[in-house]
Write a protein that binds this ligand. Structure first.
Ligand code: DP6
Length: 329
């Protein structure tokens, strides 16, 4: 009853921000992401009588503050499988967690795939996506590789709110996201609490919902046509709309730091001068630069001149979450 899985993080081109059902994690709007090769989590799960309580170790540290309710997710899987054994879970990510780098997406997706297998649940990818969604919304997209859409769904039980692949990782192999790491500090407001606050207090939330379907249509079509400009422009616009919601939430949620703004300004300037790149930012200060493979050396050189960038990680479209043989314990 032991299994290990690897899942890539994903970065949204059309963002998920707000839940219509907090318990089942059902979104108010659909979203589209790229699964990122290079930002991954590996998780081993073992259910056994030898454990007296659930034990979760993430990046060598025992889980204390369970913001994403990892233990609740394990219990959900135990109930589905009708088993009683407690679990040991060891998880490692190759990037800073909880700094707006989609760690919960890869983390909960890897946990879902490993735990479902360890509990002998035989689930297909759609079922895994629905299960991962209940751990963390964005995790439902990390079940699939390439470019992925999380369908908003209508049903109250969430059975029609899952992710599906638009195209796999080989369809547009030149597509890149350069993740800039500006700080490894844990953010003050998590996405879960932040989006709930937005839904409750932001006067512009309705406008977001009115316009997001158009963003989805443009980006889905842009991906299918490999129209880089179309995807980049619309993704940048969607990101700014989400940050406008965050900033006009009460109390205001401002994830940007000076280096965030510096990169934004530079991306706009480089584009004006003919270097085609766009930015997107999630619930944290880190900027992801959307570009094509051919422009990576040039952009890397330019980024060297920006103080405040600690590290960069270049991601291309990554693979589906999958089981692997090598266990972490
Ligand atoms: C800004 O999936 O982390 O990254 O469902 O509460 O776990 P929960 O939230 P989470 O939110 C991600 C928000 C985002 C946008 C996105 O990835 O679509």
């Amino acid at each position: 009853m032991k299994a290990t899985a690897i899942a890539n993080a994903n970065i949204a081109l059309v963002k998920y921000w707000g839940k219509r059902d907090k318990k089942l994690i059902l979104p108010y709007n659909g979203s589209i992401s790229m699964t990122c090769d290079g930002l991954f989590t590996i998780t081993t799960v073992e259910f056994s009588d030898k454990y007296k309580k659930d034990l979760v170790i993430i990046n060598d540290e025992e889980l204390k503050k369970d913001e994403k309710d990892v233990l609740g997710h394990i219990e959900r899987i135990r109930q589905m499988a009708k088993i009683k054994e407690k679990a040991k879970i060891v998880s490692e990510s190759n990037f800073p967690i909880a700094a707006g780098l989609a760690s919960s997406a890869s983390g909960l997706a890897a946990l879902t795939v490993a735990a479902a297998k360890a509990a002998s649940l035989n689930l297909n990818q759609r079922e895994l996506s629905i299960l991962a969604r209940q751990g963390s919304g964005s995790a439902c997209r990390s079940i699939f590789g390439g470019f992925v859409e999380w369908l908003v769904g209508k049903k109250e039980d969430g059975s029609d709110s899952y992710a599906r692949q638009i195209v796999n990782e080989n369809y547009w192999p030149e597509f890149r996201m350069i993740v800039t790491i500006l700080t490894e500090e844990k953010k003050k407001v998590g996405s879960r609490a932040g989006m709930a606050q937005t839904v409750e207090t932001c006067p512009y939330y309705e406008s977001w919902l009115k316009t997001v379907n158009q963003d989805l249509d443009v980006i889905r079509e842009g991906i299918l046509k490999r129209d880089f400009r179309k995807v980049g422009l619309q993704a940048e616009y969607n990101c700014l709309k989400m940050h406008a919601l965050m900033m006009t939430t009460k109390p205001a949620i401002i994830y940007w730091i000076p280096a965030t703004m510096e990169i934004i300004q530079n991306v706009l300037l480089w584009r004006e001068k003919g270097l085609e790149c766009y930015f997107t930012i999630d619930a944290g200060p880190q900027v992801k630069i959307i570009c094509l493979e051919k422009d990576i050396p040039k952009i890397k050189r330019k980024l060297k001149n920006i103080k405040g960038i600690k590290k960069i990680i270049v991601c291309k479209p990554g693979e589906d979450a999958k089981l692997i043989d090598k266990h972490l314990f």
